[in-house]
Write a protein that binds this ligand. Structure first.
Ligand code: NAD
Length: 297
């Protein structure tokens, strides 16, 4: 595999790019923010000057950007990946975006003889650092096989879920389950705390039973410690649920619980909590009860 371009070096992109460097790949990196580019060039990557410059120097281009409009700008826009990419190159968008935008970008790539996979991830910053993300991929099987060795350096589970857009449909399903889980955890621990119980004791009592989950294990200790440093930002999860509801509407599917939690996320953003970790969904429920989930004094 020739050099890999990596565009978008935020909470997730930076450690994912580091894992590719560690695996011995040559990397050309680009971000609109200069700080993370400098960090990665310090670790052995080359700096791209723009998305198109990065693509022109790479056989595969990975993008890890906030949302669909950012991917459209970085791939399809002026100075974007498609201006520079070599025919036969593979663009792997690992951002969580609307499946419709993935399909639009895939079609624009195909017109230029460029292959495309949507490959969003789950697992958050810790798994991005460890290289153990769950990666859900949409695209052609032969392109998936080509990209697989690279994706396996960033994730421990890499699954082809269907054609272009399928990765992001799977990711929306994932995001629904995570957000609703956090909201349910918030209601449960508010109730227990109001009843005078220590939420840590309650967490330890239930985590081995049917209510136990990866979400509970990851987030309950942080909530009890009142640590809402992101992780995964409220504003990004609000974006994911908005994309899920838009997709659901286009298919005439009703998602009542998702829609309720999306409203909570919107309210939290209006309160200035958009950059807190999504575990701060619990603060919406806490406010309604006048209770804070923390260790009993
Ligand atoms: P982030 O906001 O930390 O990083 C995004 C990076 O993209 C920033 O460094 C920004 O400067 C850069 N950027 C934005 N527009 C650009 C452009 N046009 N060209 C070049 N660089 C540009 O976000 P993140 O947490 O790393 O998330 C990235 C994606 O991964 C999102 O779609 C998110 O939903 C998804 N995701 C995040 C997590 C998580 O826990 N943080 C987990 C799973 C999936």
């Amino acid at each position: 595999m020739g050099p890999i371009g990596f565009i978008g070096l935020g909470i997730m992109g930076k450690p994912m790019a580091r894992n590719l460097l560690k695996a011995g790949y040559r990397l050309v990196v680009y971000d609109v923010a200069p700080g993370p580019v400098e960090e990665l060039t310090g670790a052995g990557a080359e700096a791209g000057q723009s998305s198109s410059d990065t693509a022109s120097r790479a056989e595969m281009v990975v993008t890890m950007l906030p949302d669909g409009p950012d991917v459209e700008k970085a791939v399809l826009g002026p100075g974007g990946v498609l201006e520079g990419a070599r025919p036969g190159a593979v663009v792997v968008d690992m951002s969580s975006i609307s499946p419709t935008v993935s399909q639009k970008v895939a079609a624009a790539c195909a017109e230029k003889g460029i292959e495309f996979l949507d490959a969003p991830v789950s697992g958050g910053e810790p798994k991005a650092v460890d290289g153990t993300l769950a990666i859900m991929v949409g695209g052609k099987p032969e392109v998936f096989e080509k990209a697989l060795p690279v994706l396996q350096k960033m994730g421990s589970s890499v699954t082809l879920t269907g054609p272009a857009g399928a990765g992001n449909v799977t990711k929306l399903a994932n995001q629904i389950m995570v957000a609703c889980n956090i909201a349910a955890m918030g209601e449960a621990l508010v109730l227990a705390t109001r009843a005078g119980l220590d939420p840590e004791v309650v967490f330890n009592a239930v985590k081995g039973g049917l209510a136990g989950s990866t979400v509970l294990n990851a987030k309950a200790p942080l909530v009890i410690a009142r640590n809402f440093k992101p992780g995964f930002r409220i504003r990004l999860h609000q974006k994911d649920l908005r994309n899920a509801l838009l997709a659901a509407e286009s298919m005439k599917v009703s998602l009542p619980v998702t829609s309720l939690v999306q409203q909570m996320l919107m309210a939290l953003m209006n309160e200035g909590k958009g950059d807190l970790d999504h575990s701060a969904i619990v603060t919406f429920i806490e406010q309604m009860a006048g209770v804070e989930i923390k260790k009993r004094e």
